[in-house]
Design a protein around this ligand. Structure first.
Ligand SMILES: *Cc1c(COP(=O)(O)O)cnc(C)c1O
Length: 377
C-alpha cells in the first residue's frame, strides 16, 4: 500500500556516503589530527537517522535533556555527548551528570556556579568547555548568526578571564576546553578562517596564563547547496576541514571537535507531499499541497529556499506557480513564482534538502498530526 502523504523520506545510502566523506576529509588533513564530529541532534532527531550516525562513530551535540536521552537511546556513547544551551535547568544538569556525558558547553559564569554546586553535591566533577562568543560574524541569514557580541549565546570576550578564574576555583568543575559556534548555513570558508584567527588569539591568552585545554570545539555551521542538491549531494568537507587544518593552531595533544548538523543530514531528506488542488488565482496559479509550514517551517521562518520537484509529471511543459500549504497563515508558502512541470491534483511533489531542521522543527499547529517518515536503507 502506498504511504499516505505528507511524509519525510530519508536516503540512508546518501547519509552513509556523507558520513564517509566527512571522515575521509578528516583523514586527509593530518593537521586537524583526530578531529571528532559531534552530530547536532537538533538538526534531525529521527531515530533511524540517529542510529546510522551513532554507528558511524560520531558523537552527539545536545541542547536539552530530551536530546541527551534520545542520543543515549540511539547508541551514542555518553562520553561522546556534549551538552550546550543557554538555559540548562537543574534537572537537566543532574540528568546529564548521572549519564556521565563528556562535556558541558557552559554559556555563562552564573551557569558555571550552578553546575559546580550540583556536581559537587553529587560527589562528581563536571567536565566543562567554555562557550566563548568570538564576535565573528557569518555571511548567513540574520536569524541564524550566533557568534556576535549582541547574541544571547556564549561568554563575551571581555568576560573570559573572569570565567576561567571562576572555573578554576570551583570544586565541581574541570575546565577541559573552549567551544564556539558562529552560525549556520555558512558557505564562505573565510568565516571559519576568521574564527580560527580569533581562537589562535585566545590560545595565546590561555598559554600566557598557564591554562592547558584538551579540546577546541569549533561548533557547526557548514552549509549545503540548497539550489543544486542533485549536483552537490555531499557538502564540501574537504574545504571545511582544510580551512581548520590551514588556519587553526592546535597545541600539542589538543583535540579538535566540531558539531555539524545540517551538513550531515540536510541533503539526505525530502518532504514528500501531494498536490490537493491547483487553484487559478487572479494573477497567479497556486499549487496547494498537503504539507504545511508545521511540517517544514524553514521557508516561512527564514525565507529559506528548497528545490521543489513534481515527480509524477516530470516531463510536462513548465508553468509558473506559487507552492503553498493548507495552514491558515500567509507565510505558509514553500515557494513563490517557480517553474514546475504542469501540475495536476494528485501529483507527488518532492521538497528537497529537507533533512535538517525539517522533521525536528515540526509542530502540530492547526491541530495537525506529526507526519511519519520512511528510511530507505
Ligand atoms: C545548531 C548548533 C549546531 C549545528 O549547526 P549546523 O548549522 O546545523 O551545523 C552546532 N552547535 C551548536 C552549539 C548549535 O547550536
Amino acid at each position: 500500500m502506498e504511504r499516505p502523504t505528507p511524509y519525510y523520506s530519508y536516503d540512508g545510502k546518501l547519509l552513509r556516503q556523507t558520513l564517509d566523506a566527512a571522515k575521509e576529509a578528516i583523514k586527509s588533513h593530518p593537521a586537524v589530527g583526530q578531529a571528532h564530529i559531534h552530530f547536532a541532534i537538533k538538526a534531525n532527531n529521527n531515530p533511524m537517522v540517529l542510529k546510522t550516525i551513532a554507528s558511524a562513530g560520531l558523537g552527539a551535540d545536545c541542547v536539552s535533556g530530551g536530546e541527551i536521552r534520545q542520543a543515549l537511546d540511539a547508541g551514542f556513547k555518553a562520553c561522546d555527548i556534549a551538552y550546550a544551551g543557554v538555559g540548562k535547568t537543574d534537572a537537566e544538569i543532574k540528568m546529564a551528570l548521572e549519564a556521565g556525558i563528556g562535556c558541558f558547553n557552559v554559556e555563562s559564569v552564573e551557569e558555571l556556579e550552578i553546575i559546580s554546586e550540583i556536581s559537587a553535591g553529587m560527589g562528581l566533577v563536571a567536565p566543562v568547555a567554555l562557550r566563548i562568543n568570538p564576535n565573528v560574524g557569518a555571511h548567513t541569514h540574520a536569524n541564524i548568526t550566533t557568534g556576535l557580541a549582541e547574541n544571547k549565546f556564549g561568554i563575551n570576550l571581555e568576560k573570559v578571564p573572569e570565567a576561567v578564574e571562576k572555573a578554576k576555583s570551583l570544586p565541581g568543575i574541570k575546565l577541559k576546553g573552549m567551544h564556539f559556534h558562529i552560525g549556520s548555513q555558512i558557505l564562505e570558508m573565510d568565516d571559519f578562517k576568521a574564527l580560527c584567527n580569533r581562537i589562535n588569539e585566545l590560545q595565546e591568552w590561555f598559554r600566557r596564563h598557564g591554562v592547558k585545554l584538551e579540546t577546541i570545539n569549533v561548533g557547526g555551521g557548514l552549509g549545503i547547496d540548497y539550489e543544486h542538491p542533485h549536483k552537490h549531494p555531499v557538502p564540501d568537507f574537504n574545504a571545511y576541514f582544510g580551512t581548520f587544518a590551514k588556519h587553526l593552531k592546535l597545541e600539542a595533544g589538543q583535540e579538535l571537535h566540531c558539531e555539524l548538523g545540517r551538513a550531515i543530514v540536510g541533503q539526505c531528506g525530502s518532504l514528500i507531499t501531494r498536490c490537493i488542488y491547483v487553484k487559478n488565482g487572479t494573477f497567479k496559479k497556486f499549487v496547494i499541497v498537503d504539507a504545511g509550514m508545521n511540517d517544514l517551517i524553514r521557508p516561512a521562518l527564514y525565507h529559506a529556499f528548497h528545490l521543489i520537484e513534481n515527480v509524477s509529471n516530470p516531463d510536462a511543459e513548465q508553468c509558473l506557480y506559487d507552492v503553498v500549504g493548507p495552514i491558515c497563515e500567509s507565510s505558509d508558502c514553500f515557494a513563490k513564482g517557480i517553474y514546475l512541470p504542469e501540475t495536476r491534483r494528485g501529483d507527488i511533489i518532492a521538497i528537497r534538502s529537507a533533512g535538517a531542521y525539517g522533521e525536528s522543527m515540526a509542530s502540530t499547529y492547526n491541530s495537525r498530526t506529526l507526519i511519519e517518515s520512511e528510511f530507505i536503507l
